[in-house]
Design a protein around this ligand. Sequence first.
Ligand SMILES: [Fe+2]
Ligand SMILES: [Fe+2]
Length: 336
Amino acid sequence: MTDKPMLLDPGMDLTLRPMRYPDFYERYRAAIRNTWTVEEVDLGSDLADLARLTPEERHLVNRLVAFFATGDSIVANNLVLNLYKHLNAPEARLYLSRQLFEEAVHVQFYLTLLDTYLPDADERARAFAAIEHIPSIRAKAEFCFRWIGSIDTLDRLDGPADRRAFLLNLICFAACIEGLFFYGAFAYVYWLRSRGLLNGLASGTNWVFRDESMHMSFAFAVVDTVREEEPELFDAGLTADVTRMLEEAVDVELAFARDLCGDGLPGMSADAMRRYLEYVADQRLARLGMPVRYGAENPFAFMDLQDVQELSNFFERRVSAYQIGVAGSVAFDEAF
Ligand SMILES: [Fe+2]
Ligand SMILES: [Fe+2]
C-alpha cells in the first residue's frame, strides 16, 4: 500500500491532469477510432442461406441468436451497476463510457439480426425470452446474474475482502463472459462462414469481436494496475477462485454446446467446442498470470484465420471511416 490514491480507492476522482493512467485514456481514443454502425452491416444475403439450412443447422442458428438477444444487455448492466462505481479514475470511466456505447451498438446489432432472421412475431418473442425457457441459455444468464449480484450491494471497496470480490466480478465478465461465452458464440459464427453460410452475420461479428477483444484487454489492464498497486490482493485464494469460476463457465458453455450441436454437425461438435473452450480458458488464465488448467490446443483452424481476416477488414474499414470524418492513426494493440 502507498499513500498515492489507488484505482480501487472509494471516491469520485475528477482530476485528468496530471493523468494517473494515460493507458486507459489511449484505449478510449483507440476505441473511438474503431467506430462502426449497425446500418453498415448487410444482413440481406443471409436470408437465402437461412432458407437452405438443414434442420440441425437451423436449430443451432436459432439457439445462437437467442443467446445473442440478451448477452450484451447483461454485460452493459454489470458495467453500470458494478464496474463504473468502483474504478475511481476519470480516464478509466471515460473508457467505460465508451464501452457502454459499444455494448449498446451490440444490442442494436443483435436486435436487427433477430428482426431479420425471425420474421414471425411469436418466434421472435420466444427468442427474446430465451433466458426464461431455454435451460442452456438460462444457465448462462444465471451464472452472469450470480456474479452481478455478488457485489451489487457494495457501495465502497473498503478492505481486501471487498477488493477481491470486485476483482472476481471484473475477471468474471472479462474472462468468462466476454472472453469465453462470447468467444464460443463467435466460433459458431465463423464455423458457419467457413462453410459459406451467413456472411452478413460474420461481417457484423468481425466488429463485435474486435470490440469485445478490446473490452477484455481493458479489463485485464485494470487487473494489472491493481496488481501493481495492491499485490497482496493476488493470493493463492484468488487464483483458486478464478480457476474454479472458469471451470464453471466452461461447463455452462459446454451444456450450451451440447444443446446447439446435438449429435454433431460437419466440422462442429460439442466435443470440439469443449476443447476450444478449454483452450480459451487456458489463455485467459495465462493472461492473468495464473497456471493453465487444461493444456488444451485450439481445434478450430477457422478461428486461427480470424485474426488475419479481422485485420484486413480493419484496414478496408479505414477508408469509409475517414469518409465519415473519424481521423487518427491506426493503433495496433494486443487485440490482434
Ligand atoms: Fe458486447
Ligand atoms: Fe463487451
